[in-house]
Design a protein around this ligand. Structure first.
Ligand code: ADP
Ligand code: MG
Length: 481
């Protein structure tokens, strides 16, 4: 791509030889836009608030300064952890940790730990007690360890919040506030995100020094998504949605595809049907899986050349998976920001390319106008005239009560997801024909479940919070460098 030659080279930065050697062996020569803007200031020790499109190279923008800072300090007689990177999801933490391992591979003696939920607390404690230099963590587990005496965080001089807005969105606000309060005040703080939100603005004020730098490479551009991305939408009648998905998977069977759903239950149902009853090569990842399974699915998908992965937004947040050809938004995103994050899973890095398709019901067509307003321009793709009729297969599968239950729960999950969508007149639950929606899940008609359309969320039990509490008690396993 032409921008390659315009951008400055990493070797123009004042960083250590070991870091430059690592960057070279990772295959990078020129900085991306966000890297060339953030790195000089971050290396000078300034606090940073950076917003840049997904796939623009934010990870190295904060890891290089972190590694350089540790290099300067590690030889002095300090004890305790020096830098902490916080990620909203376990998968993103694992990925960031992997990039960190590459980056410190020539820095002998530099240590790091991955501290995430779903793995052994005890093992992590032992590791933290050894004063590892850099910790990459999810907020809940990090805060757990901060309440133990094994973890010495009193020397922390740099805190990075990656995908900061999501840390809030996923209910970690309280944990994060506590973490920030307990850390030494005299530290460098860097906040990275693909999209801006009001909650991050508030966080900025509380966590940053007054002379922080705001860097936003999104503003320089007249489009909100990367250039190598071909993106379009398809209008599909509700009852054919599943058939459409089946056909799409057939057409893209030699490619790497990620399909986004709005609920775990919907991922489970569609995966079960297409994998088990239609023999399609499909993996799935969602929040109801244990960490071992989640990690093994991600490992398989990372290394596959052709494969489909069904996922929820939570599971896929911020992940950098090599060469994803297609991003399919089977369920619509809740807003334009979520759209940007989802399509950000393809066309990543300098000059990369990828395709994205958004499936909309005829009633949702107006969403395209909202995307236009946010500088996201979509082509209209025609849908196929002929689908395979999967109804006989669906009917046969429904004989199994387990599968029928999955369909009912998926239907429920789909409807619930509409309640939290912001653009109520585009994603209008009250105008939805629930019998037809049920058909798209292979059901004969609206199942007998308590959907209570129109009731506000506060009148229902807080399922999500409860699920989080449960997941915090899962036994865990150690992860080290
Ligand atoms: P973001 O966090 O902004 O979504 P990542 O840091 O995950 O993006 O990087 C996206 C992709 O770009 C990764 O595959 C990474 O290896 C690649 N990348 C990062 N920096 C560079 C660079 N300077 N040159 C080429 N590719 C890069
Ligand atoms: Mg990132």
């Amino acid at each position: 791509m032409s921008s390659e030659n315009k951008n400055p080279k990493f070797k123009e930065l004042s960083v250590s030889k070991s870091t430059l050697k690592a960057i070279k062996s990772m295959g990078y020569k020129y900085m991306t836009d966000i890297q060339s803007e953030v790195l000089p200031k971050a290396l000078d020790g300034y606090d940073i608030v950076a917003t840049a499109k997904t796939g623009s190279g934010k990870t190295l923008s904060f890891l290089i300064p972190v590694v350089e800072l540790v290099k300067k300090l590690m030889d002095k007689a300090t004890s305790g952890t020096l830098c902490i990177v916080v990620s909203p999801t376990r998968e993103l933490a694992i990925q960031t940790y992997t990039v960190l391992q590459d980056l410190i591979s020539f820095h002998y003696g530099m240590t790091s730990a991955l501290v995430i939920g779903g793995e052994s607390r005890k093992g992590q404690s032992i590791l933290l007690a050894k004063d590892v230099h850099i910790v990459v963590a999810t907020p809940g587990r990090l805060f757990d360890h901060m309440r133990t005496k094994e973890f010495n965080y009193k020397q922390v001089c740099c805190l990075v919040l990656d995908e900061a807005d999501k840390i809030f969105q996923y209910g970690f606000e309280e944990d994060l506030k506590q973490i920030i309060n307990r850390l030494p005040k005299n530290r460098q703080t860097m906040l990275f995100s693909a999209t801006h939100s009001e909650t991050t603005e508030a966080l900025i004020k509380s966590a940053m020094k007054d002379d922080f730098h705001t860097i936003n490479t999104n503003e320089d551009n007249d489009r909100a998504t990367v250039e190598g991305l071909k993106q379009g939408y398809v209008i599909c009648e509700t009852e054919y949605r599943l058939f459409w998905l089946h056909k799409l998977l057939k057409k893209t069977q030699n490619q790497k595809v990620m399909v986004f759903f709005s609920s775990c239950k919907s991922v489970i149902f569609h995966h079960e049907f297409l994998f088990k009853y239609c023999n399609m090569p499909v993996l799935c990842i969602h929040g109801k899986m244990n960490q071992t399974d989640r990690t093994s699915v991600m490992t398989s998908f990372y290394s596959a050349d052709k494969m489909a992965l069904f996922c929820t937004d939570l599971a896929a947040r911020g992940l950098d998976i090599p060469a994803v050809d297609w991003i399919v938004q089977f369920d619509p995103p809740s807003d334009t920001n979520e759209y940007i994050h989802r399509v950000g899973r393809t066309a990543r890095g300098l000059g990369a390319e990828g395709c994205a398709v958004l499936l909309l019901r005829p009633e949702e067509k107006e969403f395209v106008d909202y995307l236009n307003e946010a500088k996201i321009f979509l082509d209209k793709y025609e849908t196929w005239d002929k689908y395979n009729n999967l109804q006989p297969k669906l009917d046969a599968a429904m004989e199994d009560p387990q599968f029928h239950k999955m369909a009912v729960e998926a239907f429920e999950g789909y409807i619930r997801a509409f309640e939290v969508k912001k653009l109520k007149h585009v994603f209008n639950l009250l105008k939805m024909d629930l019998d037809i929606v049920a058909k798209s899940f292979g059901l004969k008609g609206k199942p007998d479940v308590d959907i209570r359309v129109g009731f506000s969320k506060k009148h229902r039990p807080r399922k999500r919070k409860a699920a989080m509490l449960v997941s915090k008690t899962i036994p865990e396993k150690i992860s080290t460098a």
